[in-house]
Design a protein around this ligand. Structure first.
Ligand code: 1GP
Length: 243
């Protein structure tokens, strides 16, 4: 089954985001990967705003050895590619107006992507204001959608759907002060039921809220780096769901 089909049938999915830039050695990264593997997430996303090509490729290669869940590239730029990944979120930053992030990096990535046998998932990527300036906002030089601008968010998501994007990833940004509101998630899930939500999620309650509001997959990054024991909470949450 391809990754998009797994996304579509996911109920209350969890993706752990690994930013290769956060590790200073392979030893640190391998230790982290062991713990991620223990939590048995549904998906592992790999990417970051400022990761080099070699660090990125090394991370995906090591993750492939340790993790059985699908490995999905969440690229910060066109050089973040690896044939060891199962799929790539081919992100178009439709909340912004920077042509490089709407189509530019995509064109740059074509020569390498054409040589790789990985699934490409066209993704409407929407940044929603999360209470502080995010790295994506800074690097892409774009403005996020205001957190209460429900109508703008909905119309942006519908435009992405009309463009043929397969999924929506709405992100309050890495380390956001507050995650995306329940109201916003409910609205976006009605536009495209394959909805990924991330940014600033730091508790099981917030994960549960996002799932109940209509997120198919919730992405957790910073919280795990801050508190590795949160992986245990995630694991328990998943076990609770399967009872
Ligand atoms: C960021 O959605 C991801 O792009 C995850 O955010 O690191 O805040 O969990 P956090």
């Amino acid at each position: 089954m391809n990754v998009l089909d797994i996304f579509k049938i996911s109920a209350k999915g969890i993706a752990i985001l690994i930013d290769p830039d956060k590790f200073t050695s392979d030893k640190d990264l391998l230790r982290f990967l062991d713990k991620v593997s223990f939590a048995k997430p549904d998906f592992v996303f790999i990417g970051g705003s400022t990761v080099s090509k070699s660090d990125f490729q090394n991370c995906v290669k090591l993750a492939k050895e340790k993790i059985t869940a699908p490995l999905i590239i969440f690229p910060g730029a066109s050089h973040q590619l690896s044939e060891h990944a199962d799929a790539i979120l081919f992100l178009s930053l439709i909340s912004g107006r920077n042509p490089d992030y709407l189509i530019g990096h995509h064109i740059d990535s074509v020569p390498e992507l054409e040589k790789m046998n990985i699934e490409i998932i066209s993704t409407s990527y929407m940044l929603i204001e999360g209470g502080k300036k995010s790295s994506v906002e800074y690097i892409s030089n774009t403005n996020p959608i205001p957190k209460d601008a429900l109508s703008i968010a909905r119309k942006t998501a519908v435009a992405g759907k009309f463009l043929g994007h397969q999924i929506i990833y709405a992100d309050a940004g890495s380390g956001a002060k507050h995650c995306i509101s329940r109201e916003m998630i409910q609205l976006l899930s009605k536009v495209n039921s394959t909805l990924i939500i991330g940014g600033g999620i730091r508790s099981i309650e917030e994960i549960k809220n996002a799932h109940e509001a209509g997120a198919k997959i919730v992405v957790i990054g910073n919280k795990i780096e801050e508190d590795i024991n949160f992986l245990l909470d995630i694991s328990n949450y998943r076990l609770g769901m399967s009872l």
